[in-house]
Every structure is written in C-alpha cells, then in structure tokens.
Design a protein around this ligand. Structure first.
Ligand SMILES: [Zn+2]
Length: 280
C-alpha cells in the first residue's frame, strides 16, 4: 500500500484535522500540521466552532462534516502544498468527495457497512467476482461449512492521475492459479456514482463510501490513525494551559476567542522552536 507520504513535499507530514467536544457545550474543529519527529513543531492552521445542537437551535454554525470541508478548503486555498489530511469517523463519503479532488483523505473506519458486490473481473478463461469490504476490494470465499469470508486483495499502489480532475485508483493484484491479474479500481467518486438506478431509485454505488484511498486496516492506515490520536495532545495542552486544567467557558464565541489566543501562543512556541532548530 502506498502511503500518502509520497504525495507530500519533503518534510511535510500529513495534515491532521481534529475536533473537540467539551462538557460546557462547545465544540471546535481545528486543522494542524506537525513535523513527524520534532516536539512542539505543531502549527495550527485553522480553527472553527461547530454546531453541537440541532440546526434549529444553532442555525449560525455548520455541522461537523460541513465545517470540516469548509475549513479544509480554506486551508488548501492558502497552503497549496497540502497533500493529505486525517480525520475521524465523523467524516463520511459525502464529505470526502469534494476533498478527494486532489487530496488524500484518511478517516478511521466506521462500522456498519456490509460487504457489497463490486464487479466481475474477466481475463481469458478467468472470472473473478470482486466485493468491497473494510474500505477495500475483497475476494469472497465460502468455506465447506457455508461461512463467508472476505479476503482483501493486496493494494500495490495508490495511483494518482491528473486529467480534468484528479483521480485516485487502487492498483490491485488478484492472485490466481492461471496468472496474477493486475487491475485498477477508482476510489474517488465516478460519474456513475451520481446516477440513480431506475430499479431501486437509489444511488448505484458510492465509491467514496465503500473504498478508501488509504484503507484503515493497512500499515499506512495505522500510521495515519496514529497522527489522529496524537492530535489529542494539542487538546490536552489547551486544557492544561488554564487554571483548574479546564478552558474557561463563556459561550461558543468567547471560547473561540480563547482558542484563537491559545493558537497564537502555540504557533509562537513553534516558530521559536523551528527558528532555533534551523539556527543550530
Ligand atoms: Zn484468474
């Protein structure tokens, strides 16, 4: 599995986005980037308060997924070197669609998606029925006792191709007694995804919901998940910076202002740290 690192500029680790829920009913979203092995090198790129009540009771703020897409696009407009972002399960396929036009978007898997039939692969005498499960293409095996297993196919590479828009593919190998087959499966939204099937009146297939650029269970996925978990330390430092180890609460707008102050401080520490490291 290719890691998104290959799409990074040298020295730029994946960008992480994170959210924060708080007992005082405020919820924030923040985007940050950090060098892999240097402590205190995190730069907070953007923050936003998000809706934590119903749209009716809090009409001025966006829901988490919408706010995330807006924030990511805002950051992308100012940091065109951005190659990959990590977030958690709050981000669904519909949110990944507008971002996957150029970005590698990693989210931890949410449960509840049953494996589905994808397509039949044909090559000479061979027929291989392919399925999707756990964010990637699988082969189905039915054992003697009737149990069904889905075995993921090895992903050799996450391919990125530029045409009118950026497309991402998994280059896969189907191990076979005849010969090993290679094929490419699109993992971002295709034009067919947007069509409605006349028989079911539902969307035909949702590539971004079923297939992940970086599937969560892979080595690359586990590494990116680590970045997401690491971002919790920023939240923790935010809390620890205040008396009683809690950020004071004066409502969402005031809390956002406090967060901006904290960001200023945190980014200043980073600037001093990096300047010092470069001078050494
Ligand atoms: Zn075959």
């Amino acid at each position: 599995m290719a890691t998104p690192r290959r799409h990074h500029l040298p020295g730029h680790p994946p960008r992480r986005h994170q959210r924060r829920a708080h007992p005082a009913l405020r919820k924030f979203l923040s985007a940050a980037v950090r060098l892999g092995n240097i402590p205190h090198s995190r730069v907070i790129l953007g923050i936003e308060s998000i809706r934590h009540k119903s749209a009716k009771r809090d009409p001025h703020r966006d829901d988490e997924g919408t706010a995330f897409v807006k924030l990511a696009r805002y950051v992308l407009g100012r940091a065109p070197g951005l190659r990959a972002i990590t977030y958690d399960t709050a981000l669904r396929g519909s949110h990944r669609v507008p971002l996957a036009d150029g970005l590698v978007v990693f989210t931890t898997q949410h449960g509840g998606l049953a494996p589905e039939s994808l397509q039949r692969f044909e090559d000479g005498p061979c027929r291989h029925d392919l399925y999707v499960g756990e964010g990637r293409v699988c082969k189905r095996l039915i054992t003697d006792d009737g149990t069904t297993h889905y075995t993921p196919l090895p992903v050799e590479e996450l391919e990125r191709r530029e045409s009118k828009q950026t497309c991402f593919y998994h280059r896969l190998t189907i191990p076979c007694r005849v010969k090993n087959h290679t094929l490419r499966i699109r993992v971002d939204e295709t034009p067919e995804d947007r069509e409605i099937a006349p028989s079911t009146k539902r969307q035909r297939f949702n590539h971004t919901e079923h297939l992940r650029q970086i599937p969560p269970g892979t080595h690359a996925g586990r590494r990116l998940k680590g970045f997401r978990e690491d971002s919790e330390s920023q939240h923790s430092r935010f809390d620890q910076s205040y008396p009683h180890k809690r950020v004071p609460a004066y409502g969402a707008d005031a809390a956002l202002l406090i967060y901006i102050g904290y960001t200023w401080l945190s980014n200043s520490v980073t600037r001093a740290k990096i300047t010092h490291a470069l001078a050494a």
